[in-house]
Design a protein around this ligand. Structure first.
Ligand SMILES: [Zn+2]
Length: 317
């Protein structure tokens, strides 16, 4: 009797273990497929959607870059200059990237209350923000009366043209110094940060010093010489609407709530635990500018209709 009871007991134990192992593998498989889904959303392999043909920003001749860039060579600034007459309508050349590419800003309206939209700070990794800015520029060329009389809207479509030219994936994120420009602004600046909870596909840094990069300097110079009251900085993907300021600046919170009402982007934004040192919107908030980061849904689409609603809400906020 006792031997039989032992066999039943051992058989029970074995069965329990088998069930536990099956359950554990099922859990790991499930978790892995969720992680893979997230990675495929944040790091798509599609890198060649067509550019918008109706509006082609002017680029100077491309400097030669290696086919596969893993380091970030310092580019020589070409000596050839660009004729100001070659610039697109409504645009102004506010600075030059390390690779010698112009940083252009577009102006719409003549009002005293000035607002700014910045895209492409993360270059080719977030190329859809540049495409969106180009779509908005094209829209405003044909709808100039959408700008209220008292407002001027500036759009800077491509703050990191070298990154955009380098590649439309993670290798296009930094500028030619390997600097993440959105960590290079002179507020809570740090050369390095804890990458664990932040974007960490490459080991990028915040520059040798606050505002060390010419792209950062170009945008800062523009903002400091204009009475900008509100700013949107476009990114991708999926985290939501981030009010600028640390702690968030109350006018940034108000602007973020207004934008949340006309869009489906998450607000409050998803909290990854990342400490966003030296970023544009926090620095802008120190100047009294209501500022928000908006993250597009993925790395491909521009969510144009949604961002047209945001544009109108932004102009009337
Ligand atoms: Zn970004």
């Amino acid at each position: 009797m006792s031997a039989r009871r032992d066999r039943v007991f051992i058989f029970g134990l074995v069965l329990l273990n088998v069930l536990l192992i099956l359950f554990t593998f099922g859990f790991i498989w499930n978790t892995q497929s969720s992680i893979n889904t997230i990675i495929s959303q944040t790091n798509p392999t599609t890198i060649n959607p067509p550019r918008i043909s109706t509006h082609t920003p002017y680029y100077p001749p491309k400097t030669t870059l290696p086919a596969s860039v893993t380091a970030f060579p310092v580019q020589q600034i070409p000596t050839a200059t660009i004729s100001p007459t070659a610039l697109p309508e409504n645009s102004e050349w506010i600075g030059t990237s390390l690779g010698g590419r112009p940083i252009l800003i577009y102006r719409f309206g003549q009002g005293q209350n000035e607002r700014l939209i910045v895209a492409g700070i993360h270059g080719g990794n977030e190329y859809n923000t540049v495409l969106l800015a180009e779509q908005l520029i094209q829209y405003l060329y044909s709808h100039p009366t959408d700008i209220p009389k008292d407002k001027t809207l500036y759009i800077l479509p491509d703050l990191n043209p070298d990154g955009l030219e380098r590649s439309w994936d993670i290798y296009g994120r930094a500028n030619d110094h390997g600097v993440d420009l959105n960590h290079n602004f002179p507020y809570r600046w740090s050369q390095n940060w804890n990458h664990e909870n932040c974007w960490h596909y490459l080991d990028l840094n915040g520059g040798q010093a606050p505002a060390s990069e010419p792209e950062t300097q170009a945008l800062m110079g523009f903002i400091l010489s204009h009475p900008i009251k509100a700013l949107i900085s476009y990114h991708s993907a999926a985290m939501g609407i981030f009010p600028g300021g640390n702690p968030p600046f109350p006018p940034s919170l108000s602007l973020a709530r207004t934008i949340a009402q006309v869009s489906h982007y998450p607000y409050p934004p998803l909290d990854s635990g990342c400490d966003y040192t030296g970023n544009l919107t926090d620095w802008a908030a120190t100047l009294g500018i209501a500022s928000v980061d908006i993250e597009l849904t993925n790395h491909r689409e521009t969510d144009f209709e949604q961002n047209l609603s945001i544009l109108h809400a932004f102009l009337h906020w």
